[in-house]
Design a binder for this molecule. Structure first.
Ligand code: GDP
Ligand code: MG
Length: 597
């Protein structure tokens, strides 16, 4: 294809502003999907994605459009994942484009993810076309939203397209703007192959399918290729495009977007952001911007039924083949038995993995509280990273503890400034900025310890702002903090699954809450149970459960034997699900309840 007639673009938007609906209209208007085949949110293919209304994997689709200038253009729509957990994936998808449609809901305005995505687009030098969507709504206020785009983003919004993806208004103008405003791809058509990997997944028939943007040269069937970050080589078995169904093509050349397969067995051999080159004539330098993604959030995952451990291990292996961004290693907990310590890109990623394990593999799991990775300087001068409170070195070996911080951009209507500021302060946040972005809407910028965000910040933010707040964040590095390890003891036995790393100022409240909660959920035993929360050897909270005196069957003494047997049977069943703790039995539900706070 003549690169002059190629346009590679993406749609960026805050969640629910209409990205998927607009994509549907573009598919329809270009005849890519017939009206018979058309269904809502066509590109959100995976079941799980459709249910949650989020796109996890990037999608690409080739549209063919005959423009008003009489030429026929190939438009490659690259749909990006739309959540803060997947920032790096988004940035690589955008790096495969020359332009982006910036979709803003005209009844809402600029939100946190709008801005985050715009920054990524600007970093990649994309031409940005503002689209004000949902103008059919009576509350739509395009002039206010235009002013917001100019004020917050600094983009000229005078030519912003007024659209309703729902009613198909503005679709034609959008297609013309793509052709006229977005520049064609530039590169070396004859040079050695350089293709950017922006997504990949495992397909049982083809092996790993790799989405690429060819930056220089050409990729074709039979070619020997090399991954520049690892040096691994493969032979291309298939090259194709999505239109929207996969179609095999002869080759993909400079400026084109599509996929290839090369009998690759593991997704981790196709790292997002890596450069594919050819073995015979390798490129001298890779494309800029490659980095390895690292998990940010950690938790323990344990099977409710111990017998499911093997099944869990197999499920994790399988899932990891498709999603190498999540990590896992075996962990043994006295309280929860055999399980795994897992790492995720963020909270949503954690939920998705857990849900897939439970749903696709029929497992029933318990997870421990999400935690972050701490950087610890030992007295010896050695620096270590620890993501599991149970593995924290003893206090007297530690010189310094540092925790990861983030910068959070929070957008809210001004009525909620009070409660949101209070929440951020409670979470040890430091305010960096507070700015009115239009009448009634405010941007708050905070620096916060990521550990606090991981616990329940997002849910709390949503609830104190009645769902109106939008949040985006980025990591800003490690900072020293006065952190301590809080341990829970039941009759002098430490309960490892409940250990936590907390700020010294909060340790007392957290310890007291945990002890009180445990007192509520642990059934009375035949002996006294003492629950203690401690920092090192100092006990900071203590609760006591008095002993039980009566035998369960005592009240049916002399009575009906079947009833007695039933009671005993019931008791036995309950016992099966209990964890033996020292001599204290803690029902599984107790762990679940406590792990939730
Ligand atoms: P995404 O999260 O950005 O992909 O947003 P969706 O395309 O899923 O749209 C979110 C919601 O807004 C859905 O209920 C759509 O039906 C609705 N929606 C999208 N575009 C329009 C529009 O132009 N007008 C109206 N009234 N609703 C729209
Ligand atoms: Mg969507």
């Amino acid at each position: 294809i003549d690169p002059r007639f190629i346009r590679n673009f993406s749609i960026i938007a805050h969640v629910d502003h209409g990205k998927s609906t607009l994509a549907d209209r573009l598919l329809e208007a270009t005849g890519t999907v017939s009206s018979r085949e058309m269904r809502e949110q066509y590109l959100d293919r995976m079941d799980l994605e459709r249910e949650r209304g989020i796109t996890i994997k990037a999608q690409t689709v080739r549209l063919t459009y005959r423009a008003e200038d009489g030429n026929t253009y190939t438009l490659n729509l690259i749909d990006t994942p739309g959540h803060v957990d997947f920032v790096y994936e988004v940035s690589r998808s955008l790096a495969a484009c020359e332009g982006a449609l910036l979709v803003v809901d005209a009844s809402q305005g600029v939100e946190a993810q709008t801005l985050a995505n715009v920054y990524l687009a600007l970093e990649n030098d994309l031409e940005i076309i503002p689209v004000l969507n949902k103008i059919d709504l009576p509350q739509a206020d395009p002039e206010r939203v235009k002013a917001e785009i100019e004020e917050i983003i600094g983009l000229d919004a005078s030519e912003a397209i007024l659209a309703s993806a729902k009613e198909g208004i503005g679709t034609k103008e959008i297609l013309e703007a793509i052709v006229k405003k977005i520049p064609p791809p530039k590169g070396e058509p004859q040079g050695p192959l350089r293709a950017l990997i922006f997504d990949s997944w495992f397909d049982p028939y083809l092996g790993v399918v790799v989405l690429i943007r060819v930056v220089d040269g050409r990729i074709y069937k039979g070619q020997k290729i090399k991954m520049m970050s690892t040096g691994k080589t493969f032979e291309v078995t298939k090259v194709g495009i999505f239109a929207p169904h996969p179609v095999e093509v002869e080759s993909l050349s400079m400026g084109e977007v599509g996929f290839f397969a090369a009998s690759i067995k593991e997704v981790r051999d196709t790292k997002i952001g890596d450069t594919v080159t050819e073995v015979d004539q390798p490129a001298a330098t890779p494309l800029p911007g490659f980095r390895e993604v690292k998990p940010m959030v950690f938790c323990g995952l344990f099977p409710v039924e111990t017998a499911q451990y093997e099944a869990l291990r197999e499920a994790m292996e399988k899932l990891w083949l498709n999603d190498p961004a999540f990590s896992y290693e075996p962990e043994t907990s006295e309280a929860l038995g055999f399980g795994f310590r897992c790492g995720f890109l963020g909270l949503l990623h954690m939920e998705i993995v857990q849900e897939r394990l439970e749903r696709e593999f029929g497992l029933n799991l318990i997870s421990t509280a999400p935690a972050v990775r701490y950087r610890i300087t030992l007295n010896s001068g050695e620096e270590i990273y620890v993501d599991n409170p149970a593995k924290f070195p003893p206090r007297d070996r530690i010189t310094q503890i540092e925790e990861p911080y983030i910068r959070a951009d929070i957008y809210i209507p001004k009525e909620y400034i009070g409660p949101v500021v209070k929440l951020c302060e409670e979470k040890r946040g430091e305010q960096k900025e507070m700015r009115y972005i239009s009448q009634g809407r405010v941007l708050l910028v905070y620096e916060l310890p990521f550990a606090e965000v991981v616990l329940d910040f997002y849910d709390r933010l949503k609830s104190v702002s009645r769902g109106y707040a939008s949040l985006d964040y980025e990591p800003i590095g490690y900072r020293p903090s006065d952190l301590v390890k809080l341990d829970i003891y039941i009759n002098k036995q430490p309960v490892d699954a409940l250990s936590a790393i907390v700020h010294r100022d909060k340790a007392y409240y957290r310890g007291r809450d945990l002890a009180a909660k445990l007192k509520e959920v642990i059934p009375r035993q035949l002996f006294e149970v003492v629950i203690q929360a401690a920092i090192g050897s100092r006990v900071i909270a203590r609760e006591r459960i008095p002993p039980l005196r009566k035998n369960v069957t005592a009240k049916c003494y002399g009575g009906d034997i079947t009833r007695k047997r039933k009671l005993l049977e019931k008791q036995k069943e309950g016992k099966k699900r209990m964890k033996q703790f020292g001599r204290v039995e803690i029902p599984q539900e107790a762990f679940l309840a406590v792990l939730k706070i």
